[in-house]
Design a binder for this molecule. Structure first.
Ligand code: ATR
Length: 264
C-alpha cells in the first residue's frame, strides 16, 4: 500500500487527508494519506523514509515549506522562484521539491472568474504562502502589489526577491481593488485584522486564503459592506489536485461532490 502524508505544525485543521483519501478511493488506488504533526527535527527522518520508498509523497504546510528545501536534491522552477516547497516526490531516484500553491492560487482565482489584470492588490501577511501568491498575481498581470505585515521587516525581506512591491504599515488601509488575507488570523475565529472597512468602499474583492472555517470574520465583514468574497477552498483543491496528479500519474475529477466534501 502506498503511503502519503502532510506534515506541518499545527496540522489539525488540514483537510488534505479528507480530499486525497476521497480521490484515492474514487480511483481505486491502494494507498493511504495521513496528517502528521512534526517538529523541525523530524524532517530528516521523514525525508529518509521517502528516499527509502517507505513514503511515496509528502505535502508540506506551515511552517516547514522553506525549511524542507535543504533536504531536496532538486527544486522545480516554481519551488525555486518561491523558495517554498509544498509537494515532495521521487523522480529517477532524486528527491524533488515542487510548489503547487502558485498554480493552485491562479486556478482558484480563475475559477471564481475574477480578472486580476491591471488591478491593485493588497496582501495582508508575509508568511510562507505569500511568495507563491505574488508570483501568481504577477503572472496574471496585477498592476500593483501592496503588502502589509505586523512584523514589517518580514514584508521588507520580500523586496529582496520581488522588486516593485510596495510595503505599508500594519493597520494602514491603502486604495485597492482586491485584498488577500494571507495571515493566520481567522483560523481560530479571532479578529485581529485592523482594516477600515468604511473607507474601503464597496464592490471590492476580498479573498481569504483560509478555507476552514468557511467564512472568517474578515469575509463576513467584507460582505456586510457590500463586497465580493471568496475563501481559499478552490486554491486548496487545485494545489492538492496537482500533487495527486504528480504522485499517481492520474488526474482526479474536481466535481461538485469534491467541492462539497470540504464543507462537511
Ligand atoms: P510563518 O510566518 O512562520 O511563515 P505563516 O502561518 O505562513 O507562518 O504566516 C503567518 C502570518 O500571519 C504572518 O504574516 C504573521 O505575521 P508576523 O510575521 O508578524 O508574525 C501573521 N499573523 C499571525 N497572527 C497574527 C496576528 N495576531 N496579528 C497580525 N498578524 C498575524
Amino acid at each position: 500500500m502506498k503511503k502519503y502524508l502532510v506534515i506541518g505544525n499545527p496540522i489539525e485543521h488540514s483537510l488534505s487527508p479528507k480530499l486525497h483519501n476521497y480521490w484515492i478511493k474514487k480511483n481505486n488506488i491502494n494507498a493511504n494519506y495521513i496528517k502528521k504533526n512534526i517538529n523541525e527535527d523530524d524532517i530528516k527522518s521523514i525525508i529518509s523514509e521517502v528516499k527509502d520508498g517507505k513514503i511515496n509523497g509528502v505535502n508540506v504546510t506551515v511552517p516547514f515549506k522553506k525549511k524542507v528545501i535543504p533536504f531536496m536534491d532538486k527544486l522545480s522552477p516554481e519551488a525555486n522562484d518561491s523558495q517554498s516547497v509544498n509537494t515532495i516526490y521521487i523522480q529517477n531516484g532524486k528527491l524533488i521539491g515542487h510548489n503547487t500553491d502558485i498554480s493552485g492560487f491562479e486556478l482558484g482565482i480563475k475559477y471564481c472568474k475574477y480578472d486580476i489584470s491591471n488591478k491593485v492588490v493588497f496582501i495582508l501577511g508575509a508568511g510562507g504562502v505569500v511568495p507563491s501568491i505574488i508570483l501568481a498575481l504577477k503572472k496574471m498581470g496585477a498592476a500593483k502589489i501592496i503588502i502589509s505585515n505586523r512584523t514589517k521587516n518580514k514584508a521588507e525581506d520580500l523586496k529582496n526577491f520581488f522588486d516593485k512591491i510596495e510595503i505599508v504599515d500594519w493597520g494602514y488601509t491603502p486604495n485597492f481593488d482586491m485584498i488577500i488575507n494571507a495571515t493566520s488570523i481567522g483560523l481560530k475565529n479571532e479578529d485581529g485584522i485592523k482594516l477600515d472597512f468604511s473607507s474601503v468602499g464597496f464592490n471590492k474583492f476580498f479573498y481569504d486564503v483560509i478555507y476552514n472555517p468557511k467564512e472568517t470574520i474578515f469575509l463576513k465583514r467584507a460582505k456586510l459592506f457590500g463586497n465580493k468574497t471568496e475563501n481559499g477552498k478552490m486554491m486548496f483543491i487545485y494545489q492538492a489536485h496537482q500533487a495527486f496528479t504528480i504522485w499517481n500519474k492520474l488526474m482526479p475529477d474536481i466535481d461538485d461532490e469534491t467541492i462539497n466534501l470540504l464543507d462537511q
